[in-house]
Design a protein around this ligand. Sequence first.
Ligand SMILES: *Cc1c(COP(=O)(O)O)cnc(C)c1O
Length: 415
Amino acid sequence: MLNYKNLADQDEEVMVAIKREMTRQTEEMEMIASENYVSKAVLEAMGTVLTNKYSEGYPGHRYYGGNTCIDEVENIAIERAKKLFSADHVNVQPLSGSPANAAVYFAFLKPGDKVLGLKLDHGGHLSHGHPVNFSGILYNFVQYEVDETTGKIDMKKVREVALREKPKMIVAGYSAYSREIEWMKFKEIADEVGAYTFADIAHTAGLIAAGEMDNPVPIFDVVSTTTHKTLRGPRGAMIMCKEQYAKLIDKAVFPGMQGGPHDHINAAKAVAFGEALQPEFKEYIKQVKKNAATLSDEMVKMGYRVISGGTDNHLIVVDMTSKGLSGKEAEAVLDRVGISVSRSTVPNDPNPPLNPSGVRFGTPAITTRGMKEDEIKKIATWINSAIDHREEIELLEKIKEDVKLMCLAFPIPSI
Ligand SMILES: *Cc1c(COP(=O)(O)O)cnc(C)c1O
């Protein structure tokens, strides 16, 4: 028997958990740099009957019937993404960032091939060669670093390591790096050693789409990104590449890595790309950057060591040992006052990855709520008081209340 009840009437157990998460998101401050709040329209597109469809293949070339409407949706997503990033070719089917990267490696490399990536405790991602990840297991990653004193990528060292190691691919684009990336220099080095260039802009895609950071898409061979971080779309990813690699990438995604695409998510990607093409999105991203810069200035003033001394994007990495606690401890203290952050390694971290020295703060989510410099300054003082007085339960309770009041004054868009 078909049952057409709504979720709330049909399954209280799941609905209660979802409602509690809605309350948490409403009342707490989201400063995890990889998170954001999607619009109502994006959320709506995800909850449509497009989830019912199988559409293995690509627009006009499907392995199932009934895909006329799905083709339209996927083509809209592709055209909008091309416009946003000035891309020759776009594949919007990757299910998430890591699978997208798997497809990129699968397209260009053989198991055992050498890849040059950023040292992981310097800001790289699991899928850039971590030994527990498929990337580190299947491919031979060698590493470049950030400069010890400036905290920025040392391009001289990149060239040195590239000339010595002769990698088949060079990866740039990171998870915990707050500075502009010299795409052109990476390309020159790659050309010198005959390596493919791969940019992973999972974190900064929104800033690049808005023209607020340099765009690697016209320069690099292939670029992957998630769609759910600064791009403010549904959880998912896409790959962009030069026309000459279009077939290689499409084959690597399907049938190489994946079966059927998630068409409801691709519809939501199209909606999010449509939003990112609007002038309001540029204003949003400009504010994201201003908020991150303000947070960085405030933290520096209060005596924290901000890695690289500042930020060009939406995030900062702060060494908490400058205040006598680890990143994990700081994460726990801030959790108690309703501020979510993620622990992070700092370059050449003396502490182990599970209990690293740093915390990563990001401004994309709170900027979506409409918070600006004045709110950031208040938040910075709350963070500092919570850290300084982490044993004082009553004070922590008071800060939690202040955090909640501010959050309630800046509702999230989709609730
Ligand atoms: C977040 C991120 C990814 C992976 O994204 P998932 O969707 O979580 O798999 C890949 N690369 C970088 C640099 C990231 O920051």
